[in-house]
Write a protein of this length. Structure first.
Length: 941
């Protein structure tokens, strides 16, 4: 090998010691005898479900064989460890549970078939897969099978466990590329499954819900690799990435990156979230089967007879180690800067993870077959399951001895840190460091303190550390962990204590407000109540007060309220005048400590004058001759009313009279006095003031109140009439109202009138005599409903409103026939006579116009048609026809309006002329006459 073994120099030991000290401070909790399960377990293949091969456990700096456990059958797969038990599966399918302390077999279980997976431990159960396709769930306590699920396909990957929504999921992958999710919380039934599309050579890894699997894919033309990221429950593929050559290893997960090796010796680094490639580095070898180990910002991959170390950031080669024999097992990394692996020659190598220097080797007798099992690390111990059928524990034999662990002071109190002293003995190589581990129920976390050597030396010394001040009631459990120079750990028994509070609270700055409480005062008592930081805290603050308001001494208690800044407040309710009150404060903390203050006292005073709540008189508006009663409501909740005096002034004098209690009591009552009738003359102003004195001597004087003796009776509307009584459309209506007021007299009278749909009109009426008032309502159209009422005011401001009266505008005037014409005036037979009439009616309007004519012994009627104008004034036309020659015709016009009035015109007449002879006949007659005359003249001549 290139880098061989060398003796540890003092400088190397010091370097390792410093590194161990720095890392020890990050360790989690431990149990009474050894590390707790979460600290030093190696529960599955590669130590965790991220498969990165890193643990905080130390690799021993010595290579001593502590024990060996032969079983007689070779081991081909890596063991696991949990709860100080080793779980290893032999080639014949027998599962062994081995005691970590002494190498004894606690139980064994024959599965009856070869098993190719590392047992996965989870919550006291082991999960394994077999070559024949079975998934077994075994009780880790006794090896009994809890359930078995047969998938019918060859399995050689280690089960992956995920807990989602309180359900345990068991994830397994078959050799031919099927992934199954089983219900680990019940009987292992299949929840979901998916074909991945290639052959699987490694085991699934995970972070959170994301599961990572590498594949070897063979198609007709080539062989390549693929990496998938799936959801642990649904198997939904988040991403898949193809690489050039088959993936042979499991996927290592570290922080946000994944790492894996391929068949042709290429190491890949990808983004775990997206699958994007960050870098890849070729080792220039063929056949890289081991899963990369991740730690110290480096990637460790064995191939052939070399162990390669790459920079985790960029994949650059940092160094490599050559050993005798090929290396098939993966590297395991400890928390103290060391790594370990096993060669095919069955030699275990321990190396410096930073430099690659070989620290020690441990040859294991060779057994049959290749050595492919990886070593596991726990508590400065290496566990190797060898092909020769033997399980080896390698490390230092003698851990330090913790002689005693003591704490001071006792008891532990909140205002003091707790010192822990431990005497640790290691007569071999000495104690490297001692740490104090304590857990408290406040932070719910483990804390680690480096203990310092107070006395003695590293072989026999007293180590001390101080747990800082803690709050009262904090429960603390602690133990001491000692690490030797050899890297062996010893853990003390678990100790515990509870932080106590033995000091009472402090009460200060007591005050009460107001400083001179009155009978109406809620007295607020305040006090500062404090306890130091980390103490138990104030549980309650009680105000205790005594008072004699009822004659005897009565004790009261009330809880005070925290108002901030350590101030507490409580209230003493109001007490009657001259009550004596004394009080003090009692404070208790959560630890039950009590403190009492001094006693304070006060006497209730009455600083307030009485309150004159109201003054009323009866009657409220006195008239002449009334006896006026004055009532005063007076409140004095303190000492009570002693005297009440009524003083009043009027036009000719001043008087005072004592008021007497009418109802109620001296604390809240109504007092009464009378002002005689002879004071109350008409229009006299009476001014009155009330003076009250209470029993404490406080005086109250009311504001001046006055009244006038006057008129509170409204006027009377005796009668309302209109003229004309039945108004027509053309009439202005005169309204006459008779209004009287026998007290202060009528001031003014208003006429209010309106028609529906329009605003009312107010008209001040004119006085025409002492009690008579007149106003006019203008004319309104026919049939209008006119509403009116009288509103009268007297000098004293009283008013009266009469009922609403109404009249309807009428029309008593008949229509007017303005003109009548007809033509022709002498018609011929068969000629029509056109009669034209102009008619008006300003009231209700013309309803009908009738032409009535007499001819040939008979009267005829025709309804005339309006040809122009409107119903109030228009022209109407009608024709008379079918007249006979020589007929004498007379006619009249009859007009009616909508109110029923009518008018008849004078009678008009005309005669129908005879029809004239034809002209030819007349000419013929004339010619005959001329001839006759000519003959006669001729004869006579």
């Amino acid at each position: 090998m290139v880098k061989g073994m060398s003796n540890l120099s003092k400088l190397t030991l010091i370097t390792i010691a410093i590194f161990i000290v720095s890392l020890t401070l990050t360790f989690p909790s431990y149990s009474n005898e050894a590390a707790t399960l979460s600290s030093y377990d190696w529960p599955t293949f590669r130590g965790s479900f991220e498969r990165n091969g890193f643990t905080q456990s130390f690799i021993p700096v010595d290579n001593k064989l502590i024990w060996e456990c032969p079983v007689g059958y070779p081991f081909r797969v890596s063991p696991s460890l949990a709860d100080k038990k080793i779980y290893a599966v032999a080639e014949n399918g027998v599962v062994y549970c081995i005691n970590l302390r002494n190498g004894s077999i606690l139980w064994s279980k024959d599965l009856g078939e070869p098993c190719n997976s590392t047992p996965t431990y989870y919550l006291e159960r082991l999960y394994l897969t077999t070559a024949s396709g079975n998934v077994h769930c075994i009780n880790s306590t006794d090896g009994e099978i809890i359930w078995t699920t047969s998938l019918g396909k060859s399995l050689r990957s280690t089960p992956l466990i995920r807990e989602i929504d309180n359900s345990i999921l068991v994830i397994v992958v078959t050799k031919d590329g099927w992934i199954y999710v089983l219900n680990g919380s019940s009987n292992g039934e299949v929840i979901s499954y998916k074909y991945l599309g290639g052959e699987v050579n490694g085991s699934p890894s995970a972070r959170s819900r994301r599961v990572y699997i590498g594949l070897e894919v063979i198609d007709e033309s080539r062989c390549f690799g693929r990496v998938l990221c799936l959801d642990a429950l649904s198997l939904r593929v988040y991403w898949n990435v193809t690489v050039d050559d088959p993936v042979q290893s499991s996927i290592s997960v570290s922080n946000s990156r994944i790492f894996f090796s391929s068949l042709r010796g290429v190491i890949y680094c990808m983004d775990a979230l997206t699958g994007s490639q960050i870098w890849n580095t070729s080792l220039h070898v063929v056949g890289c089967y081991a899963t990369p180990a991740i730690g110290y910002s480096k990637v460790y991959v064995p191939s052939g007879n070399r162990l390669y170390c790459l920079n985790i950031t960029n994949g650059e080669m940092m160094w490599y180690i050559e050993v005798n024999g090929r290396v098939f097992s993966s590297v395991s990394l400890g928390g103290n800067g060391l790594g370990v692996f096993v060669s095919n020659e069955s030699v275990t190598y321990c190396f410096d993870a930073n430099s690659g220097d070989i620290k020690w080797i441990f040859p294991v007798p060779e057994g049959p077959g290749n050595f492919i099992s990886s070593p596991i690390i726990t508590n400065s111990t290496i566990i190797v399951a060898a092909p020769n059928g033997v399980v080896y524990r390698i490390g230092s034999k003698a851990p330090p001895f913790i002689l005693s662990v003591e704490s001071s002071p006792s008891p532990q109190v909140y205002n003091s840190s707790t010192r822990i002293d431990a005497i640790v003995v290691d007569h071999a190589r000495g104690v490297l460091n001692v740490t104090l581990h304590y857990w408290d129920n406040v932070t719910q976390q483990w804390h680690v303190l480096q203990m310092s050597l107070a006395q003695g030396d590293i072989h026999n010394g007293s180590w001390s550390a101080e747990i800082p001040k803690l709050k009262y009631g904090t429960y603390v459990k602690y133990y001491v962990n000692a690490c030797s120079v050899s890297g062996l750990f010893t853990v003390s028994d678990m100790n515990e204590f509870v932080v106590l509070d033995i000091y009472p609270p402090e009460i200060s700055n007591i005050s009460f407000s107001p400083a001179f409480p009155s009978y109406e005062s809620n007295v607020t008592v305040t006090a500062t109540v404090t306890e130091p930081e980390n103490s138990s805290g104030i549980a309650s603050v009680t105000l205790v007060y005594l008072e004699n308001s009822s004659g005897g001494i009565v004790v009261h208690k009330c809880d005070m309220v925290n108002i901030g800044n350590n101030k507490w407040a409580g209230n003493i309710c109001p007490y009657p005048w001259r009550t004596y009150v004394s009080f003090y404060i009692v404070a208790s903390d959560d630890a039950g400590n009590l403190a009492s203050s001094l006693t304070y006292n006060y006497t209730v005073i009455d600083p307030n004058p009485p309150i004159i709540a109201s003054i009323t008189i009866d009657p409220p508006e006195p008239k002449v001759g009334d006896v006026v009663k004055v009532y005063a409501t007076i409140i004095d909740n303190g000492s009570g009313v002693q005297t009440v005096t009524l003083s009043y002034d009027y036009i000719i004098g001043h008087d005072e009279v004592s008021m007497s209690l009418y109802m109620g009591d001296i604390y809240q009552g109504t007092w009464e006095a009378e002002i005689p009738s002879d004071v109350n003359n008409y229009q006299v102003q009476v001014k009155l003031i009330i003076t009250v004195v209470d029993n404490a001597g406080n005086e109250a004087i009311s504001t001046q109140k006055s009244y006038y003796v006057g008129d509170n009776i409204p006027p009377k509307v005796l009668r309302v009439q209109i003229e004309p009584p039945r108004p027509q459309y053309c009439d202005n209506v005169t309204v006459v109202a008779q209004v009287v007021d026998y007290e202060s007299g009528v001031s003014n009278v208003f006429l209010r009138y309106f028609i529906m749909g329009e605003n009312a009109v107010f008209v001040e009426m004119n006085r025409i005599s002492e009690n008579a008032f007149i106003a006019t309502i203008p004319a309104y159209p026919y049939a209008t409903h006119v509403y009116y009422q009288i509103i009268a005011n007297d000098v004293a401001g009283n008013n009266v409103t009469s009922p609403v009266y109404m009249y309807i505008v009428e029309d008593f005037t008949p229509p007017e026939i303005m003109s009548v014409s007809y033509e022709p005036p002498s018609p011929l037979p068969e000629e029509e006579v056109k009669v034209t009439v102009t008619v008006s009616d300003r009231g209700s309007g013309v309803k009908t116009v009738v032409l009535k004519y007499f001819e040939d012994g008979t009267w005829h009627e025709l309804v005339m048609q309006r040809t122009s104008g409107n119903q109030y004034q228009g022209t109407y036309v009608e024709k008379i026809g079918n007249l006979k020659a020589g007929s004498f015709v007379k006619f009249v016009i009859i007009v009616k309006d909508y109110a029923g009035n009518n008018v008849t015109s004078i009678t008009y007449t005309f005669t129908v002329r005879s029809k004239p002879l034809p002209l030819t006949l007349i000419l013929g007659v004339c010619l005959i006459a001329v001839i006759v005359i000519a003959v006669i003249v001729f004869i006579l001549s």
